[in-house]
Design a protein around this ligand. Structure first.
Ligand code: NAD
Length: 356
């Protein structure tokens, strides 16, 4: 039976420069966006990258602030806002993963300073208007177009040093965005094509990277996939998977990319009967027709990724509370979020048993 499509498509453009060596084009990109005094942001671990960019930008950089940390604590946001103001910055360059882009977004939320992102993981934050700031252990998230980066420079060379573990799990983090985009209530044909291609690009690239982290072609393919997956995260409403990850990550401080990796097969299993397009998109790449959630978990295990909540620091005695939190203000999902099945899902994910 054919079902006639109905959808709304809203085009929002971020200028994207993609390719090996494209970091060299950053000065022109800043000029394109009218930025004269950029503050370069990094994590403490990536300050050297910040210094490199500072030198590249010359008098168009007012300095490097290496204060980005996971989940954007409010104090770190306040400090970065003060530094940007004191240095007279008229824009930010966020060089790093989702934590660094998150810090730039916190500055933009307060000051509307434009962001140029230089992503070095596959998390995808650079393509979304979503932000999160953590205050007193509680992460508040929101959507505001002021925080959407105006430009993104994707240079796969900058990902060559991304360690094995996060290369793998960050890739699955990106896949999770695309999977949920395929069953989002506000999906549209262009977004679905991007999601399918993003899933393909990343799932094909990760085994190659597992064998050789310096595989330049696979690095490029994975980053290309991350762009597509981040784009659909920015456009579409997320479902049960992101709800569970936000709940568990925010309340129990579990590592972001690993958490997405553990949970995705279980979210797919929860939605098994209602999400044929998402199941098919994964099955096609993994060359399996049945039990796609298990096939995805096997794929992750074969690449050394974690497959159970127990192994990434989830306390078992918090599963009841996690189930309570997960069904409060649920995200839209093809199958309603019911406490009993969600509690069961969490137990299975804790133990790493078959996604069912
Ligand atoms: P991250 O940014 O925290 O980076 C993890 C670690 O890897 C850091 O120590 C970082 O310095 C290091 N690193 C990053 N790139 C590297 C490279 N190329 N080489 C060597 N080391 C490198 O991790 P992440 O997974 O990218 O981001 C997670 C955060 O992003 C979470 O807080 C999550 O909530 C947020 N996020 C937000 C959105 C959004 O749309 N707002 C989307 C995805 C993720």
């Amino acid at each position: 039976m054919t079902v006639m499509q109905t959808f709304i498509f809203e085009g929002r453009s971020t200028r994207v420069v993609f390719g090996s060596g494209s970091l060299g084009q950053l000065p022109q990109e800043l000029a394109h966006h009218g930025i004269q005094k950029a503050l370069v942001l990094t994590t403490p671990e990536q300050v050297m990258l910040g210094q490199l960019i500072h030198s590249l930008l010359g008098d168009k950089s007012v300095g490097v602030h290496g204060g980005a940390v996971m989940h954007v604590p409010l104090e770190s946001a306040r400090e970065a806002i003060r530094i940007a103001r004191d240095l007279g910055a008229d824009g930010c360059v966020a060089a790093g993963g989702g934590s660094t882009t998150g810090l730039a977004k916190a500055i933009a939320l307060e000051s509307s300073l434009p962001i140029i992102a230089v992503p070095t993981t596959y998390a995808g934050s650079e393509m979304t208007p979503l932000y999160g700031i953590t205050d007193g252990g509680v992460k508040k998230t929101g959507k505001d177009w002021r925080v959407m980066p105006r430009g993104v420079v994707y240079d796969p060379d900058l990902t060559l040093g991304l360690p094995l573990g996060i290369s793998m799990t960050s890739g699955i983090n990106a896949v999770a965005h695309a999977v949920e985009a395929l069953y989002a209530p506000n999906r549209n044909p262009i977004g679905s094509l991007m999601a399918q291609e993003g899933i393909r690009a990343i799932l094909e690239a990760l085994p190659k990277l597992y064998r050789n982290l310096q595989d330049a072609q696979a690095r490029s393919d994975a980053l290309y996939g991350a762009w597509l997956c981040g784009s659909v995260l920015g456009q579409m409403q997320m479902g049960v998977h992101h709800k569970l990850c936000h709940t568990l990550g925010g309340s129990f401080n579990l590592p972001h990319a690993e958490l997405h990796t553990v949970m995705l097969p279980y979210a797919l299993a929860y939605n098994l009967d209602t999400t044929p397009q998402a199941q098919h998109a994964i099955g096609r790449v993994l060359n399996v027709q049945e039990n796609i959630p298990q096939a995805l978990q096997n794929y992750c295990a074969a690449l050394g990724m974690p497959t159970c909540l127990r192994d990434i620091g989830m306390p078992e005695d918090c599963l009841e509370r996690a189930a309570d939190l997960a069904v409060q203000t649920p995200y839209p999902n093809p199958r309603p979020l019911e406490r009993g099945p969600i509690r069961q899902l969490l137990q299975c994910a804790f133990e790493g048993s078959e996604p069912c």
